[in-house]
Ligand binder design. Structure first.
Ligand code: SAM
Length: 289
């Protein structure tokens, strides 16, 4: 599958205002400071065209004025970061992860729930929620009867830096075309067609909590997770930021818990030494760790 960069070359916005190298570096510094996203020099044209629309909407005709606004106004800073990040995602992306979840992890999660233990799954960098609802459908199977075990203490969490993405997770409505990626039995059981959209069944929606969270801010969790999906997020961070995030993700897993990362991501050597590889970009925290 083609990798979609945060800064996609498919943008159609026509830039009318020129972004100079110094202003580009200031924007890159803000992105690094706020989200730890690393922007190479080669992205200057892309940044210019991505932000041209923001300048127009703010009725500004030059980047220095826009940068002054961004420094003074936290909301515009958030909008700028949103404009510069790509939220590309789709249902059952990297399907082998969901096959693994169903075949290898689901029986253990059911066993925990059956004995009254909490079951917690987290999509970190969830974008608009297709990932967490793919997880939810995998856990729920293909009928309400199969999903009955989810009535135990089972919670799914989706977090993202972007407030509009978090809102999209909560709304849980997607263009019908996106539902083509969902295996038919899941689709028949859990997605309802409404006009040109599909709505996720309220019973699955109720399992999912959506929250804004910058992965580099302190995390508000009291417990650990059985499963963490953090896919196609870390590639955009520099090596130090990646390594520290990976270590925190592993620390946040329950012993025996599973971490799924994106197909083009690799764990740093130190973190890889602390987990067991159990499939392509799938890692298990050893019991007793
Ligand atoms: C390409 S999407 C990946 C979505 C999904 N995980 C997948 O694999 O399909 C990357 C997401 O990471 C989010 N993101 C980027 N930097 C972040 C940060 N520092 N903290 C939290 N989320 C971040 C972006 O807003 C975006 O929605």
């Amino acid at each position: 599958m083609k990798h979609e960069p945060f800064l996609s070359a498919t943008t159609t916005t026509v830039a009318t205002v020129v972004l100079g190298p110094a202003d580009f570096r200031s924007i890159a510094d803000i992105l690094r400071a706020e989200a730890r996203i690393s922007l190479g020099e080669g992205k200057i044209n892309l940044v210019q065209s991505r932000l041209a629309r923001r300048l127009r909407e703010c009725r500004l005709d030059n980047f220095p004025a826009y940068l002054r606004l961004v420094r003074d106004d936290a909301e515009e800073r958030e909008r700028m970061i949103d404009a510069l990040t790509t939220n590309h995602t789709h249902f059952f992306r990297e399907k082998h992860h969901f096959d693994h979840l169903r075949a290898e992890i689901l029986p253990r999660l059911k066993a925990r729930a059956d004995t009254g233990q909490p079951v917690r799954l987290w999509s970190a960098g969830s974008s608009s929620g297709e990932e967490i609802y793919s997880v939810a459908m995998t856990l729920a199977g293909t009928s309400p009867g199969e999903a009955r075990w989810l009535g135990g203490d089972v919670r799914l969490l989706a977090t993202d830096l972007s407030a509009p993405m978090v809102e999209a997770v909560a709304v849980a409505r997607y263009p019908s075309i996106g539902a083509d990626q969902v295996p038919l039995p899941y689709r028949a059981a859990w997605l309802q067609s409404e006009g040109g959209e599909v709505a996720v069944d309220p019973r699955l929606r109720a399992l999912v909590t959506a929250r804004p969270l910058n992965l580099f801010a302190p995390w508000p969790f009291r417990g650990q997770f059985d499963v963490i999906f953090c896919r196609n997020v870390m590639i955009y961070f520099d090596a130090d930021a990646r390594a520290s995030l990976e270590a925190r993700l592993v620390a946040q897993l329950r012993p025996g818990g599973t971490l799924y990362i994106g197909h083009s991501e690799r764990l740093s050597r130190t973190v890889a030494a602390r987990v067991q590889s159990c499939g392509q970009t799938i890692y298990r925290k050893p019991e007793g760790a």
